[in-house]
Design a protein around this ligand. Structure first.
Ligand code: PEP
Length: 254
């Protein structure tokens, strides 16, 4: 019922020229990905080139890594939702832990961005996740609940259905340390339960929840076959077209 969504978050990697050769290689690798939606999330500077290539590849859509919530004005260094839509960007990652920690983004700011994305017909991929200290202290449910309630405040059910949640335990991002499939499933189930509290059970059952945190070709299949895991947000392993294609195939039907 929930189509798997597997996204490549390139972070601050790949020039426009490098992204073109990545897309050519990926197309060669991707033969069998029935039932999976692929999202390529390049840095802003590669969006125009990747947009052209994505438009020629069925089943692949474009995402951006961030945006500012105001429509225009004196916000040096920022881009608006309309600027992203100009290149047919479909998704935007919001509240990534790197934005929350390095750039001090709060749930309140993330919430403004989530609303501005919806107003521009961009689908947010909202990232939530606990730190290692929070997990060790047994507070990961409280952290996830606070992030979800804060970042999704004021959304209606339709907007929630057009939002993807990415559960990304901070201790697993770029560390090579993955949550076990059981740990990930437990957190995803909790997130779905929280969405049912905020919206309703029917809405929560339809929302796609990705796992992110050191997803690799050799651990993807087991993670992607957990009941509440509907895809992956992939950082490091998405920079190699062969690895990324293997992860996509691990989520494919059959
Ligand atoms: C990410 O940045 O969203 C991520 C999950 O990175 P990695 O796959 O490298 O852990």
């Amino acid at each position: 019922m929930r189509k798997k969504i597997i996204a490549a978050n390139w972070k601050m990697n790949m020039t426009a020229a490098e992204s073109v050769s990545f897309m050519e290689d990926l197309e060669l690798e991707l033969k069998n990905f029935d039932g999976v939606e692929i999202v390529i999330i390049p840095p802003f500077t590669a969006l125009p080139r990747v947009s052209e290539l994505v438009s020629e590849t069925p089943g692949v859509t474009l995402g951006a890594q961030n945006m500012w919530h105001e429509a225009s004005g004196a916000f040096t260094g920022e881009v608006s939702a309309a600027m992203l839509r100009e290149f047919f960007t479909r998704y935007v990652v919001l509240g990534h832990s790197e934005r929350r920690t390095i750039f001090n983004e709060t749930d309140e700011l993330v919430n403004k961005k989530v609303k501005a994305a919806h107003a521009a017909n961009l689908r947010p991929i909202l990232c939530v996740g606990e730190t290692l200290a929070e997990r060790d202290a047994g507070t990961h449910h409280a952290v996830l609940s606070k992030q979800l309630k804060g970042s999704l405040a004021g959304l209606d059910k339709e907007q929630m259905l057009d939002t993807v949640i990415a559960y990304e335990p901070v201790w697993a991002i770029g560390t090579g340390r993955t949550a076990t499939p059981a740990q990930a499933q437990e957190a995803h189930e909790f997130i779905r339960k929280t969405l049912a509290e905020i919206f309703d059970a029917g809405t929560a059952a339809k929302v796609r929840i990705q796992y992110g945190g050191s997803v690799k070709p050799d651990n993807a299949k087991e993670l992607l076959h957990q009941k509440d895991i509907d895809g992956a947000l992939v950082g490091g392993a998405s920079l190699d077209p062969r690895s990324f294609a293997k992860i996509v195939k691990a989520g494919a039907r059959g």
